[in-house]
Design a binder for this molecule. Structure first.
Ligand SMILES: [Zn+2]
Ligand SMILES: [Zn+2]
Length: 340
């Protein structure tokens, strides 16, 4: 077979999308050799294609990675995943299956994971975390009473280059005048979102969301917290767990703030930001460089909701991503950093 020339996913025609999907359905076991499959990433992340047929084929061949294949999969597939999970004795397989079930994400999936948390199987001892943390892989979790808490939003908007004087709904790394007590560098509003803009209504924030921290301290402070008010106010919470040695120069803070990124006019697929790319997204699923990580709210202790994945590389600032989260009830923002 001759290899066809590489075409970036965004340029695939509807026929090519269909052909790639069919090819994956027919050869889904290839994901067991390399689950980071470019065609699959193109289908899911760039084209937002989720296929019941692909999920059925994957289950049949016991392909459990990447778990996104099973995002909102139909009931018969969910039942199949549950049956496999209840019969396996292998901790790794159990972990993978819990992620798949988390991606499927319906009430029966919740019930199953909750039951496994209440009545742990022998494989639980070999895993680091509970089923409620595996559920987070699907963007949700449950509390001790089995009540669901959604941890991400089912809408995703990328940040793209544009003109902020014409569109001020989103602003990243806006420099502030006040300074970080840890290092003396100037603080930044990492993310400012106008929840009243019709594109951002999905956040359910009837006013301004602001997350404030120190650019220099962010990799060490992990996480940084701030409190916001709907009228645009934001106060960072100190002390940090750890700070940086050398403060960033004021000009560098200004330069990062002087970026051209604005909210795109149209939403993107939910997993658009969930790849090794220099893409920043509001809502949807992020790409976790390390394990998924939802920060507990410092006030109420509940896991916070993911608002944004911001790519440092998009700004040529440093390696990795910044994850911005919110506890809507307590009006607290958190920011944490991941890199390889
Ligand atoms: Zn600092
Ligand atoms: Zn809270």
């Amino acid at each position: 077979m001759t290899k066809s020339p590489y075409i970036p996913p965004k340029d695939w025609t509807p026929e090519q999308v269909q052909a790639k999907l069919q090819d994956l359905i027919d050869h889904v076991e290839r994901l067991n050799d390399d689950w980071w499959d470019k065609d699959l990433k193109g289908l899911i992340n760039v084209h937002g294609v989720f296929s019941s047929e692909l999920a059925r084929a994957a289950l049949e061949k016991e392909v459990y990675r990447p778990s996104e294949i099973y995002y909102h999969a139909p009931e018969d597939v969910r039942n199949g995943l549950i049956a496999k999970l209840l019969e396996t004795e292998d901790p790794r397989t159990a972990g993978n299956l819990m992620c798949c079930l988390a991606m499927q994400g319906d009430d029966k999936a919740l019930e199953t994971l909750y039951d496994l948390e209440q009545h742990p199987r022998p494989w639980r001892e070999k895993l680091y975390v509970d089923p409620s943390v595996y559920a987070q892989c699907g963007g949700w979790t449950f509390d001790k009473a089995g009540k669901r808490r959604q941890l991400n939003f089912d809408t995703c908007y990328p940040l793209i280059k544009g003109n902020r004087t014409q569109d001020g709904a989103a602003h990243i790394f806006r420099p502030r005048k006040d300074r970080c007590p840890e290092c003396g560098g100037r603080l930044s509003d990492f993310l400012v979102l106008d929840g009243r803009d019709k594109r951002l209504r999905f956040l359910g924030i009837d006013g301004i969301f602001t997350a404030t921290a120190c650019l220099g301290c962010i990799p060490w402070a992990n996480p940084s917290y701030s409190r916001f008010t709907l009228d645009g106010g934001s106060i960072p919470i100190f002390p940090y767990e750890d700070g940086c040695e050398d403060a960033m120069e004021d000009e560098d803070v200004d330069q990062i703030g002087d970026n051209p990124y604005v909210l795109a006019s149209q939403p993107a697929p939910l997993f658009y930001g969930a790849d090794w790319n220099k893409v920043s997204t509001i809502g949807g699923f992020p790409f976790w460089i390390q394990d998924w990580e939802y920060t507990p709210c410092p006030d109420c202790g509940k896991p916070m909701k993911l608002v944004a994945k911001l790519s440092w590389e998009m700004l040529d600032f440093m390696e990795g991503n910044c994850y911005v989260e919110v506890c809507p009830e307590c009006q607290v923002a958190s920011m944490h950093h991941q890199q390889t």
